[in-house]
Write a protein that binds this ligand. Structure first.
Ligand SMILES: [Zn+2]
Length: 541
């Protein structure tokens, strides 16, 4: 009876084998990783302080990682993908007839990928937006659907739309499809929703697009309900298609039908050198790859290292890569994706991707994601290191892998970005409560010095009035966290590469890939996507 019951309740999914990773972890050292990060800092210094997509700093980073991986014996390839590069060529003009021009930068900000041109035309609105949206900031659905514009003629006019609910790109696309000559989206008011900031328009949209502050937008909206409001909107921009590259390194041998992709983004934001985001993930993966090449044992499952391009512009490189795998059918050979994006935050927390969605804050990952989370959790437990889950929301390069069309198991680690550390977390991990996990997140001060020592006092993410004390409390913390997280990363990557048992049993894998399972997941994924506020560095809705 007991035996039968035990058999009945034996889970069908096979657990991952326990793999001894001590040799590898001994080889993966913090100083080795920091050397890679310093190399990336030097390349930023030599190229205007940034390693962002399309810059020479990115190309120099690519050269560095490529050379190291080749020297280590990997088969390295540059994987090209199309990317739109955009520039605003000079100051813009936005002016209401008979009034002084609005102030660029405060009253309005030109959207990334805005088209060029001069438009002098009346404003057109749906006429149905409520100011402010009665359901609170973000709740207004103004201009999300073509039907919102029923009864209005947009042709040749400047569409003025309230922010909220759907993505900016959706509102812009709808207005353009109905003939709008330019688009203004105004912030919808409320906490943090008063000012104009740079939103992202769809690349090659071809018409001028900007965001206005809540004040300016509401005033224009109200005036347009009372009579004709003429505006002149002029901006000159250049949008070009340029080829960018992911860097892919394959180990020799291993079962190709069980390929493990270990990745992280190689690019930084425009604002800085990106040494934590994501020099730390880059350095950790590179160090891991170099040390794995030194081991006597070879991966049982095929191991592929990926350094993604243009993540900060919206996961462009990894999305293109996954789409190509889907098109060729090779996606079915990918057993798992591990993602490492930010492992050296000065005010770190040990976050593990919540693959089983135990927190309910993201999605339940594709089958195998919960098992990957367990490998991380068991490792940290054995080391006596507390961890916390972080939402499995696809806000980095594993996003395309877990999307319904690909549906690959994923997992990863994160040391924290612009979130604020709690008192409880400070008690557990050290550092300073009230400041960001990475006070230099997406800023010029995300440098090697900040990582090795502490953030400068003008870092945006230091608590007001506590800058000096908080920065001092972070002194030397980043390398400590980095060492712990990089060891766990190496442990999990090597465990998956060596495990004889698959992450998910064949029967479960088949069931998991069934149409029904994907459909169910698609609903959950869409729901989660609606909650996303950001993609890459830009707010998306
Ligand atoms: Zn990042």
């Amino acid at each position: 009876m007991t035996v039968a019951a035990a058999l009945l309740f034996t889970p069908t999914a096979s657990a991952v084998d326990r793999v001894d990773t001590s040799k590898l972890r001994k080889g993966v050292t913090t100083s080795g990783i920091l050397q890679h990060m310093r190399a990336l800092q030097r390349r930023a210094n030599a190229n205007g302080g940034t390693r962002a997509a399309t810059t020479p700093g990115y190309e120099a980073s690519l050269d560095y990682v490529e050379a190291r991986l080749k020297r280590a014996g990997y088969k390295v390839s540059r994987d090209p993908f199309p990317f739109a590069s955009w520039e605003q060529n000079g100051p813009a003009l936005l002016q209401r007839e008979g009034q002084a021009p609005f102030v660029e930068g405060t009253d309005y900000v030109i959207a990334q990928f805005s088209g060029s041109g001069t438009v002098t035309a009346p404003i057109v609105t749906t006429g149905t937006a409520q100011l402010p949206p009665p359901g609170g900031p973000g709740s207004g659905t103004d201009g999300c659907e073509a039907s919102d514009w029923a009864g209005q003629t947009l042709t040749g006019k400047i569409a003025l739309i309230q922010r909220g609910f759907c993505a900016f790109v959706d509102k812009i696309n709808v207005a353009k499809s109905l003939g709008a000559a330019a688009v203004l989206i105004f912030n919808d008011g409320g906490t943090d929703r008063e000012e104009a900031f740079q939103i992202g328009a769809p690349p090659f949209i071809g018409i001028p697009v900007a965001m206005t502050s809540n004040d300016v937008g509401e005033a224009l909206y109200t005036a347009a309900q009372a009579g004709t409001v003429n505006l002149t909107f002029n901006v000159t921009t250049t949008t070009e298609e340029v080829t960018q590259h992911n860097l892919i390194a394959d180990s020799k041998g291993g079962d190709k039908e069980r390929t493990i992709v270990v990745g992280g983004h190689l690019d930084s934001v425009d604002e800085g050198p990106g040494i934590n985001d994501n020099g730390s993930g880059t350095g950790s993966i590179l160090e891991m790859a170099e040390e794995i090449a030194q081991l006597k044992k070879k991966p049982r499952n095929h191991l592929r290292f990926a350094f993604w391009g243009a993540e900060e512009a919206g996961l462009i490189g990894s999305t293109e890569y996954v789409q190509n795998l889907i098109d060729s059918g090779e996606i079915d050979d990918i057993e798992a994706n591990l993602n490492f994006d930010m492992l050296a935050s000065p005010n770190f927390v040990r976050f593990v991707y919540d693959g089983d969605n135990s927190t309910g804050e993201g999605d339940v990952g594709p089958p195998g994601s919960a098992e990957i989370e367990q490998v991380f959790l068991k490792y940290f437990q054995r080391k006596g290191l507390p961890v916390e889950p972080t939402a499995f929301d696809g806000r980095s390069d594993y996003g395309p892998f877990i999307a319904p069309a690909a549906f690959v198991a994923a997992g990863g680690l994160f040391s924290g970005a612009e979130g604020v550390k709690t008192e409880e977390q400070a008690a557990t991990y050290g550092g300073a409560a009230g400041s960001w996990y990475d006070p230099c997140y997406h800023q010029a001060c995300d440098t090697f010095n900040t990582v090795v020592y502490q953030p400068p006092l003008d870092a945006q993410g230091l608590e007001e009035g506590q800058q000096a004390a908080d920065a001092a409390a972070m002194h030397g913390n980043a390398p400590k966290g980095l060492g712990q997280l990089a060891d766990a990363a190496a442990h999990t990557a090597w465990t998956l590469a060596r495990s004889k048992s698959p992450l998910v049993g064949p029967a479960d894998a088949r069931a998991a890939r069934s149409k029904k399972a994907r459909k169910k997941f698609k609903v959950a994924y869409r729901r989660a996507a609606m909650r996303h506020e950001y993609r890459g560095g830009l707010a998306i809705r």
